[in-house]
Design a protein around this ligand. Structure first.
Ligand SMILES: CC(C)(COP(=O)(O)OP(=O)(O)OC[C@H]1O[C@@H](n2cnc3c(N)ncnc32)[C@H](O)[C@@H]1OP(=O)(O)O)[C@@H](O)C(=O)NCCC(=O)NCCS
Length: 142
């Protein structure tokens, strides 16, 4: 699902698992899973069709949506054939409940402004708190 998140633009060349694992800025969203503080949900229809997960990053190895070392960052992806059918909304719903139960008070993420996922995040009350290299950093207070 990290591949889906990393190569979200349908008009661009798509990479595979090896490509994301070779790129440290992408690989660190999943390497060594599960680490302390990691939390995730998977949507399955016989097989996994989507996932949303949280990871805490230290300030010296920040994710794209880094806000502070106490704010887990959201990553998510849904298989193309399953998009636009509510899977992402259900995943985000479940992830937010789990994050609250785990004691998180804020969640962050990074999204490119022209990704329609931005609307999804805004619907869940994420709001923009910064911009890094043209991508929006968004924050949700739980
Ligand atoms: C973003 C994503 C996880 C949302 O999952 P989803 O199952 O499509 O979500 P839903 O069906 O609940 O739709 C929620 C919103 O996502 C939007 N959306 C985003 N990408 C979409 C796509 N490719 N097809 C259809 N809808 C899409 C819908 O317009 C919908 O907007 P709305 O709430 O204003 O109606 C999924 O589209 C995806 O994997 N996209 C590619 C990877 C990506 O961009 N990841 C996030 C990186 S920040």
């Amino acid at each position: 699902m990290l591949v889906e998140a990393a190569f979200w633009r349908p008009d661009r060349l798509r990479g595979g698992v090896d490509d994301v694992l070779r790129e440290p800025a992408l690989a660190h969203y999943v390497t060594g899973w599960p680490r302390v503080g990691d939390l995730g949900v998977v949507a399955e229809v016989e097989h996994p069709v989507g996932a949303a997960w949280l990871r805490l990053f230290p300030a010296d190895d920040p994710g794209y949506g880094f806000v502070d070392a106490g704010t887990p960052e959201v990553a998510m992806g849904v298989l193309p054939a399953w998009r636009g059918r509510g899977v992402g909304s259900d995943l985000l719903d479940a992830l937010i409940v789990a994050a609250r139960d785990a004691g998180s008070v804020t969640l962050s993420l990074s999204v490119e402004p022209d990704n329609s996922a931005r609307r999804l995040y805004e619907r869940f009350d994420f709001h923009q708190v910064g911009e890094v290299d043209g991508s929006l950093t968004m924050l949700l207070r739980l």
